[in-house]
Write a protein that binds this ligand. Structure first.
Ligand code: IVH
Length: 685
């Protein structure tokens, strides 16, 4: 029989083992981004430990991962005086500021030689200081005013990526500093849940992270998926075995050396860090991160450069509250708040009604924004945006600016809800919204000037008829003056009347007439695309052309025949059939032909037969004679498909000179690799 003492001993051993394993898996997950086990397996280990600790409460050590779930609510936060103050960074905004920073650094160090810098992301969260005593997590504090912060130990303990015990020998006291933040997707999920529960929604991830850290009840913090990245340190007391000479000081010579060490101790350190050897390297880092920004799962507001040698950092010292050895190179802010003056609706090419926010002009994402999309009625309802609200506007990269959320604290008493108009503001036709759709549409079709303008714009674009010199402003005038009703009317325009339009000279009028004339013999696929049939994109249009060979055949095809075209399903087939069943549309086509537009014909190939039919190709590298688009065209013409990345579904990879990772992947997956000759042979077989 097993005695109680034996059971307790066993439990103690097992608990210690579980704690160690859980710490390892936490580090694999959060620090190395390379988990060894599934979430479910992790949960099972965790549950086992909870059970043991419940049975033997004495086993529950303060550094047990189970203690992360959060203890009793705090009555208020105590204050913590920082032994080493938490400073801020000076900001720089352009290349010149950076050159000036580098010059100041070199002047300060009295050197003409280039200085090495450590480059990091400027994470958009909250600065915290984590104190470890004897390698165990002891206390955490916010930055506060830099001298004194708030004690948030209980809340920080709930953050799973922060180790409770450091992995390796450490000085007696080690303060690690870094940023607490929320990943964007976690932020969105949190806001959805808040909304559902009728609770306060947060304006951005930073705000949500701040709110979560300042929760008096750590059990609430525990449910917020906060993250942490270390980028510095505060007090260090004692020394590292083998580095006794550096007592009470960083055990390594460089900033990057320190970060690598912190990572070895199990601290998450952001992987996007890099050493550069001079000021040009700083700017190159900035550009690279600019390109990366949208794809990062969390928000950053710039990058940070730090002189890498700690000796040089000491020599440079500080001015007032910021170091001379570091600078923040900021990106233009992607979010700003402004006033929502009104909501108007815009009519798209297919009649889709998009509510657009008219804003008090605001500088965001590097430009002044006056309009932002609100997507659709349901989105406005979901976000509870009202006219008169102060709203958060986001413009990330080249993406269309959008209204993210209202700032409810600032809602005026007379804020008004948006009501979808029942009539199109442009043509007066009814606006309808089918029950199971989220998009409301103007039913005016080509009677609606807004739809007509966009239909023309669509037809004129490069991928369609490619009418050079026919811009949006000119189309607006032509439609508004009633001169152009349909695409066919474009082919009746003469120099004289064009020269009479605003902002058109004789020369541009002549050029435009010529360029319109030059589009009279479009390939059939492009002609079909230009017609703007709903659901018929460029590639479907091309498929139709190849399948039917000439315009008549497409126009007179039955729905069943349309369904025989590769990749054409019932929705698309019905849409094409409906388009050509509409007398008005047939008239436009007839007018086009009468006005001298003659779409080409195609040799009909049976693309469902032959060795290439239905096969998936990936092109990589430079082929000796064929341009990549030409090779793709040949493959498509024979019924094959061309995609961008190699997967198990790929049948052939066609590789030319300097083929890179795609070729390697093909070889790894055992996919047939062809050169240009091989492709040609296959096409002819
Ligand atoms: S270093 C002595 N590094 O920016 C310099 N700060 O304006 C101490 N921040 O309060 C800060 N990413 O919240 C440093 N890689 C980074 C950072 C960073 C974000 C924040 C931090 C700090 C503020 C300084």
């Amino acid at each position: 029989m097993v005695s109680g003492v034996d059971r307790e001993n066993q439990a103690m051993q097992r608990a210690a083992q579980l704690r160690q394993e859980l710490a390892l898996h936490n580090a694999r997950y959060y620090v190395m981004d390379d988990p060894l086990i599934s979430d479910a397996e992790y949960d099972a280990l965790f549950a086992e430990l909870v059970k043991l600790e419940q049975e033997f409460p004495l086993l529950a050590t303060p550094d047990s991962p189970t203690q992360r779930v959060g203890g009793a609510p705090l009555s208020a936060f105590g204050s913590v005086r920082h032994a080493v103050p938490m400073l801020s960074l000076n900001n720089a905004f352009d290349d010149e500021d950076i050159q000036a920073f580098d010059k100041r650094v070199r002047d300060g160090l009295e050197t003409e030689s280039p200085v090495e810098y450590a480059c990091e992301l400027k994470l958009d969260g909250l600065a915290v200081s984590l104190r470890y005593e004897g390698g165990k997590f002891a206390r955490a504090a916010t930055r506060g005013d830099g001298q004194t912060g708030e004690d948030i130990t209980a809340n920080i303990r709930t953050i799973r990526s922060i180790p409770l015990t450091l992995a390796g020998p450490v000085p007696e006291v080690l303060e690690v500093r870094g940023e607490v933040l929320l990943f964007r997707k976690d932020f969105e999920r949190l806001n959805d849940a808040q909304r559902e529960a009728g609770e306060k929604v947060f304006i951005n991830p930073r705000n949500a992270a701040a709110g979560s850290l300042r929760q008096l009840d750590p059990r609430i913090t525990a449910r917020r998926p906060l993250r942490f990245f270390a980028y510095g340190w505060g007090e260090i007391r004692g020394s590292l075995p083998g580095k006794e000479a550096r007592a009470d000081a960083p055990p390594f010579d460089t900033h990057m050396g320190m970060l690598d060490w912190l990572q070895e101790l199990g601290m998450p350190v952001n992987r996007e860090r890099q050493l550069v050897s001079d000021a040009a390297g700083l700017l190159a880092f900035y550009r690279r991160v600019e390109g990366l920004r949208a794809a990062l799962p969390y928000d950053i507001d710039g990058v940070v450069y730090k002189v890498n040698a700690l000796e040089a950092q000491r020599a440079l010292g500080f001015v007032s509250r910021a170091p001379r050895f570091a600078v923040a190179h900021k990106f233009p802010a992607e979010e700003a708040t402004t006033e929502l003056l009104g909501i108007e609706v815009q009519v798209g090419r297919t009649g889709a009604i998009t509510p657009v926010a008219r804003l008090k002009p605001v500088f965001v994402g590097g430009v002044t924004v006056t309009n932002a999309t609100l997507h659709n009625e349901d989105e406005i309802e979901r976000k509870d945006v009202r006219i008169g609200d102060t709203v958060v506007v986001r413009r990330a990269g080249d993406v269309i600016p959008e209204v993210v959320t209202p700032v409810l604290d600032k809602r005026p008493a007379d804020a008004r809800k948006f009501v979808m108009p029942s009539q199109c503001p442009v043509c007066g036709s009814a606006i309808e919204r089918p029950e199971d759709e989220i998009i409301a549409r103007c039913t005016g079709g080509l009677f609606c000037a807004a739809q007509r303008k966009q239909a023309l714009w669509h037809a004129a674009q490069r991928r369609a008829l490619d009418i050079e010199g026919l811009g949006e402003k000119l189309i607006d005038q032509l439609v508004e003056r009633g001169r152009v009703h349909t695409l066919a009317d474009l082919y009746t325009l003469n120099e004289e009347e064009l020269a009479g339009m605003d902002r058109m000279g004789e020369k541009s009028a002549r050029n435009l007439v010529e360029s319109i004339a030059a589009t009279r013999t479009p390939p059939l696929g492009r002609f079909l695309f230009a017609l703007g049939i709903r659901h018929v994109g460029e590639s479907t249009a091309r498929d139709l052309a190849r399948h039917f060979g000439n315009l008549d055949a497409v126009m007179n095809a039955a729905e069943a025949e349309l369904l025989a075209v590769p990749d054409v399903g019932p929705v698309v087939a019905a849409s094409i059939f409906r388009f050509f069943a509409e007398p008005h549309n047939r008239e436009v086509v007839a007018d086009l032909l009468r006005n001298g537009v003659t779409p080409g014909t195609e040799t009909v190939v049976d693309r469902t037969a032959g060795p290439i039919a239905g096969k998936i190709f990936v092109l990589t590298g430079t082929l000796p004679t064929l341009a990549r688009e030409d090779a793709a065209e040949l493959i498509r013409a024979a019924g094959g498909k061309v995609t961008g990345s190699v997967s198990k579904k790929t049948h052939y990879v066609v590789a030319g000179a300097d083929a890179g990772s795609k070729l390697a992947k093909a070889q790894e997956l055992g996919i047939a690799v062809l050169d240009e000759d091989g492709l040609k042979a296959l096409l002819q077989s």
